[in-house]
Design a protein around this ligand. Structure first.
Ligand code: ADP
Length: 445
């Protein structure tokens, strides 16, 4: 139990001893001398304890305090009590730090703790293996001085950490690493590096497989389709069931052909290098052609088609990819709007961006389907889509094309009222808009 020193008690004790000493001195007629000796004994007693304290704190370094007298014992006990408390706290902190480090070591990723100026506070063993860091030699070194890749340095400078960065490992060209940064606490960052070589390889195998299969299917399909088309079933001495079989076979080969074409388009886009924004795409001319195609496609359904196109709005990008995106959205509107419906196609400037939208008053889509529409082979209604000749790949292609052109597909739809599919291309892709990152355009010949 802690006992606080009482000022009053000390004062009473000092005064009563001084009185007794003074009285004794008075008896011998040596009052002042007796009081002086008393003062000297008091000072000596305090010095003795001061030396004991100094010895305990700086030389002796024993855990338990020295045995002092009176009020000094209480001071020793107080210091001892505080020391024990902070020792316990330190131990708890050490356990906590060890637990965190053990946990971080057990993770399958490289972990590097960084300050806001990117200097290293701590890293785990995997960070030493994956990023080539040396511990503890690299402590307090800036990570961008150690991983000297311009893309990585730009990634840190831009501080847009909601997406990860993929780079070839600084130690081996055959290893691909994913860098992810998380901010925590006031100004601390966690850099997580993951080896994604295997995932990348599997992804590549999948892409190659789809591309190869689609390519291999093309020739037998063309042969089949060719024979079916030239076959004159009406004048053949065959039972009537053959006529029906012939129609179905022709329909199905056409569907399969569309599927193969879409798969090849998707594979081409996936395998293509980064978009070089140096070619100007004449979107108004492209939309004019698509309008002609839409009119001939629309003969059966008699929709009211309306195209509102800004004739001067051109962008930079990949012509074929953008054509595929525009065409898929327009064709879908025609496919999924019942006869006599209204379809509006817009290509307009909006706040320096180029906005494309296709709005219809067709069957619409329930909200729970909307967020999955861009998945490959996702269809709202299998039977209806099949009958309309759909492949389930159109919107997946649109999504890919748009992400390569720094844009996103937006879908608003209400069942039985219609849908609107739109996207806007950013100002840096719009020809004639001055931005900081305006791509260089080729000179007209
Ligand atoms: P598909 O080739 O089957 O049309 P998409 O990827 O283009 O494949 O479209 C996916 C699904 O989204 C379609 O099966 C259809 O159900 C729905 N969909 C697309 N566009 C529209 C639209 N304008 N109106 C209603 N549903 C649509």
């Amino acid at each position: 139990m802690r006992l606080l020193l009482s000022k009053q008690a000390i004062l009473v004790r000092l005064v009563s001893i001084a009185l007794v000493v003074g009285l004794l001195g008075w008896l011998f007629d040596l009052t002042l001398e007796f009081l002086l000796v008393y003062q000297m004994v008091l000072v000596g007693w305090h010095y003795k304890h001061l030396f004991m304290l100094d010895n305990w704190l700086w030389r002796d370094r024993k855990l338990s305090p020295p045995a002092g007298d009176g009020s000094w014992q209480q001071v020793f006990d107080g210091i001892y009590y505080r020391q024990r408390k902070s020792r316990k706290k330190n131990k708890e902190l050490r356990v906590l730090v060890r637990r965190f480090r053990d946990g971080a070591e057990a993770l399958p990723d490289a972990i590097i703790v960084l300050t806001s100026d990117w200097s290293i506070i701590w890293c785990n063993k995997l960070a030493q293996q994956l990023a080539g860091l040396r511990w503890p030699m690299d402590e307090h070194q800036r990570i961008d001085n150690l991983i000297r890749n311009p893309e990585f340095q730009q990634f840190l400078q831009q501080k847009q950490f909601d997406s990860a960065l993929e780079l070839v490992s600084p130690l081996s060209d055959e290893v691909t690493l994913e860098y992810r940064v998380l901010q925590y606490g006031e100004k601390q960052y966690l850099l997580i590096i993951r080896d994604i070589t295997q995932i990348k390889q599997l992804e590549q195998i999948r892409k190659d497989f789809v591309a190869n299969v689609s390519h291999e299917l093309r020739t037998p399909l063309t042969v089949l389709q060719g024979y079916l088309e030239v076959m004159d079933v009406d004048n053949m001495p065959a039972p009537p069931i053959w006529q029906k079989a012939h129609t179905v076979m022709l329909e199905q080969t056409k569907r399969m052909d569309a599927l193969v074409q879409q798969l090849l388009t998707l594979s081409r886009i996936e395998a293509a290098a980064k978009v070089q924004f140096d070619a100007v795409v004449d979107v108004p001319a492209m939309l004019h052609l698509l309008e002609q195609e839409a009119i001939s496609l629309n003969r059966e359904k008699q929709h009211q088609l309306q195209f509102q196109v800004d004739p001067n709005l051109r962008v930079t990008g990949m012509t074929e990819e953008l054509r595929s995106a525009f065409s898929n959205l327009i064709t879908n509107a025609i496919k999924y709007t019942p006869p006599g419906g209204e379809i509006q196609v817009c290509w307009q400037r909006q706040h320096q961006k180029a906005l494309f939208s296709v709005t219809d008053n067709g069957e619409g889509i329930a909200p729970h389907h909307v967020k999955r529409l861009t998945e490959r082979f996702y269809r709202v209604d299998e039977a209806r889509t099949r009958s309309s000749g759909g492949t389930g790949l159109g919107l997946a292609i649109v999504k890919h094309v748009l992400s390569r052109h720094h844009s996103k597909l937006m879908i608003f739809s209400e069942p039985k009222r219609g849908s609107s599919f739109s996207f806007s291309l950013p100002p840096e892709l719009v020809v004639g808009v001055q931005t900081l990152h305006q791509p260089k355009l080729p000179r007209k010949k």
